[in-house]
Structures are given as C-alpha cells and as structure tokens.
Design a protein around this ligand. Structure first.
Ligand SMILES: C[S@@+](CC[C@H](N)C(=O)[O-])C[C@H]1O[C@@H](n2cnc3c(N)ncnc32)[C@H](O)[C@@H]1O
Length: 202
C-alpha cells in the first residue's frame, strides 16, 4: 500500500487560510519550515526569536495545529503558518521550488521495525524534493534519537545535491520528545545537517 494512502487521509487543513492565501512564498523573505512540529515548542521559540522571518509548521497528527496556533496567538506571533497534512503532500503541493531557507525535523518517527522502514520520511526521493524546495545555499537539519535511522538516512543522501555535516550531539532543543528521551537517560542524539550544494530538478 502506498504510504500516502495510509498517512494522508486527512484533508489539508491550514490554520489561517486568509494569511496563507496572502503569502507569496517566492517573495516572503527568509522562510523556515518545521516538519513534524508536534507540540510546537521549537517552532514557537524560533518564530519569537526571528520576527522578520516566516515560519511554516507541518504536522500530520490531527489537532496539533489548533493547540499550537492558540499558543502562537497568545504570544502575538503573526509570522507562523501551520498546515495539517503530511510533509510529502505539503512539499509537493504547497511549497514552491527554491522558496525556503531552512527546514528542520526534530525526532522524526524512526519506524524501527524493518517491515515498517518503507514508512520512513527521509528517503532519497524526499531528500531530492527537499533540495528542490530550498533556496540556493539553503539547509536542512534532521535530529534523531535512533542511531539506526541516522545511518539509514545517511545512506539515502547520495545524489540529493547536499553536502553533509553529521555526528552525535547532546540534547539542546528542549522539545517534548527530547525531554522524553532525557527522562529515559538518553543523552546522545544524531544530527544530519544537509547543506544545499547543487540544485535538483524535481
Ligand atoms: C516523535 S514526534 C516529534 C515531535 C517534535 N518534533 C518533538 O521533538 O517533540 C514526530 C512528529 O512528526 C509527525 N510526523 C510524522 N511523520 C510526518 C509526516 N510525514 N508529515 C508531517 N508530520 C509527520 C508526527 O505526527 C509527530 O508529531
């Protein structure tokens, strides 16, 4: 079965349709995208630290955009747009080529069972799509708790137009999942920084 059938049953929900319609992503200046923002701590923090940038959060779990948009509103953040759908659809349908400066995914679902590996997000095809959506010199950051998923992603990176910086890192993002791992005495995570070196046509 196609993973899109499994994960993209929900219609695309955009937290603020009017604000989204007013976006011209090609001319919006610096755009950062968080894939799988969960409870949104990192996205909200980045958006309040960089009021001059536009932040797009993508999360497939139903309901999270309501919760996070309430928090954005209570902090008077008007530089966040939230989309409830899966990242594959958002990148294919809503984000134009060469439009985003920085993308990140903190603790993406690792799908550890071999028979579930096919559901992993950061395949070669997805990394090529990500490359296409980044501006020249743009970058993507993936941080995972799973050393096995980390090694698997590294194997996907050939022919994706990225130069890599990678290795183990200590906790530093203070997200719900990072705190969950710290509580379980996990203090080493794995970072893959993908720097766009060459444009990939998608
Ligand atoms: C392990 S949680 C991490 C959440 C958050 N980044 C954190 O650090 O607390 C992974 C999140 O990614 C979301 N997710 C998984 N696959 C996704 C996809 N294909 N598109 C969008 N979100 C996805 C899940 O719903 C979940 O909220």
């Amino acid at each position: 079965m196609d993973t899109r059938e499994i994960f993209c049953k929900n219609p695309v929900i955009i937290s603020d349709v009017k604000a989204w319609a007013g976006n011209n992503l090609k001319n919006a200046g610096t755009i950062e995208v968080e894939i799988g923002f969960g409870s949104g701590e990192y996205l909200l923090r980045r958006a309040s630290e960089h009021p001059d940038r536009l932040f797009i959060g993508i999360e497939k779990k139903p309901g999270m955009i309501t919760e996070v948009s309430k928090r954005a509103e209570s902090r008077n953040l008007d530089n966040i747009r939230l989309i409830e759908t899966c990242a594959e659809d958002a990148f294919n349908d809503l984000i134009p080529s060469c439009s985003i400066t920085r993308a990140y995914s903190l603790f993406p679902d690792p799908w550890p069972k071999r028979k579930h590996n096919k559901y992993r997000l950061f395949t070669k095809a997805y990394l090529r799509l990500l490359n296409n959506r980044l501006v020249s010199g743009g970058e993507a950051l993936i941080v995972t708790d799973s050393e096995e998923y980390y090694r698997w992603i590294l194997k996907q990176t050939s022919d994706t137009g990225f130069e890599l910086e990678n290795g183990p890192i200590p906790p530093q993002f203070d997200t719900r999942f990072e705190r969950k791992w710290i509580k379980q005495n996990v203090s080493t995570f794995y970072r893959i920084q993908l720097n766009k070196a060459e444009h990939i046509e998608a």
